[in-house]
Ligand binder design. Structure first.
Ligand code: UDP
Length: 369
């Protein structure tokens, strides 16, 4: 397994359970990839080192699977947004709409009101901007999505696919739960402990601070690659675009912002969101607090990739890399970076479980996957 994030850990565990000997390597000095959590040295607060991760899924088997490696606390992500000098509730819900327009509409009135703002001439939204204009109209789009998205992705929402905005619901009631999934929670001891437990198996050898080399790979029957897809091929066709994140750490006492995640919609605020980590574990008590200001920028070869950009240009290159990957024997490409898709944790785990099953089935049928 190349990479000790959820893909490598779940696949490693499943194949070890099936009797295989597995080595998991990672270039970093910790497991869990970008889900990594650790105690902040000054405050003792559990921090999401690479940005906020909230576990949410409709996949009951995945939910039960992760709980097999550690307790989850109930957690509801209730995000706030600062924009144009006010604080609003996200995702856009009836409170947001009534506050924004200074009204007291009920759900039916709000639905009709927003439909009147929306651009109904857009029947099949393709871009992020079209999707927003079709579903919330220009006012809400420009306040909550346009600036944030420009900062997050470094391009105009007219260039981004509608699928990015489809991650967020619009609600005509006061439900401010960011996610709609039936299972939502936070691992009590953090994601890193969870992944360490997945990897804690006599048939799994974990090697941190270890780069993959073809020579290393040659010592194994099969390689599962969860690093960047283009990276496996030495970027020989060119580089797929990623966004990376920077975090500015702020320490203080008490409660710094009153919630876990505050988004910033205005284009002239440099950061996209601020995360006050202790609100992710409300069952713990901490007087001191640590907050990260998060901003996105283009990923250089020396940076950690976070988000695949998937613009038109990347999609063409992606197609070429996918063909290369498909014709590469003995290697399976998995996870957000390995398949260059904007995957959430639960989908990553589901795919890793399915990949392990397919691998076992192929071996049982005498094939060499
Ligand atoms: N988004 C936005 N304003 C917000 C929150 C999200 O415009 O206040 C857009 C932005 O383009 C973002 C996308 O919606 O990349 C998906 O948001 P999500 O919160 O799912 O992003 P993640 O937590 O994965 O970074």
């Amino acid at each position: 397994m190349v990479g000790a994030g959820f893909s490598g850990a779940v696949l490693g565990r499943e194949l070890a359970n099936a009797g295989h000997r597995v080595t998991v390597i990672d270039t970093r000095n910790h497991v869990a990839g970008n889900c990594h959590t650790e105690r902040d040295p000054d405050t003792g607060v559990m921090v999401h080192v690479y940005g906020p991760h909230i576990f949410h899924t409709d996949d009951t088997a995945v939910w039960e699977y992760v709980q097999g490696f550690g307790a989850f606390e109930p957690y509801r992500n209730r995000v706030k947004a600062t924009a144009r000098g006010q604080v609003f509730s996200l995702p856009i819900n009836l409170h947001t709409i009534n506050q924004f327009y200074g009204k007291t509409m009920n759900p039916e009135e709000a639905r009709a009101f927003i439909e009147a703002q929306a651009d109904t001439s857009i029947t099949n939204p393709q871009t992020f901007e079209e999707q927003a204009l079709r579903f919330v109209g220009p006012d809400l789009y420009e306040t909550f999505f346009k600036g944030y998205t420009q900062k997050q992705w470094g391009c105009s929402p007219t260039e981004l696919p509608a699928s990015i905005l489809k991650r967020l619901p619009v609600r005509f009631n006061y439900d401010d739960n960011y996610f709609k999934h039936v299972h939502q929670g936070m691992p009590r001891d953090g994601y890193t402990t969870l992944v360490e437990r997945m990897l804690d198996h006599p048939a799994i050898e974990l090697r941190l601070n270890t780069e993959f080399t073809p020579e290393l790979g040659a010592g194994y029957d099969h390689v599962f690659w969860s690093g960047p897809l283009d990276g496996y091929f030495g970027y020989r066709l060119g580089r797929l675009g990623y966004r990376t994140l920077d975090f500015e750490r702020v320490i203080g006492d008490g409660d710094l912002q009153g919630c876990a995640v505050m988004n910033y919609g205005d284009a002239d605020v440099a950061y996209t969101r601020t995360t006050e980590h202790k609100h992710f574990s409300p069952w713990e008590e901490h007087e001191a607090s640590v907050l990260y200001r998060e901003s996105a920028r283009a990923c250089t070869p020396d940076d950690i990739p976070y988000y695949p950009i998937r613009l038109v240009e990347e999609k063409a290159l992606l197609g070429e890399y996918v063909s290369l990957a498909e014709s590469t024997q003995g290697v399976t490409f998995v996870g957000r970076l390995g398949t260059y898709r904007y995957l959430d944790m639960d989908v990553t785990i589901r795919e890793a479980l399915d990949t392990a099953e397919a691998f076992k089935t192929a071996l049982a049928a005498g094939e060499r996957p």
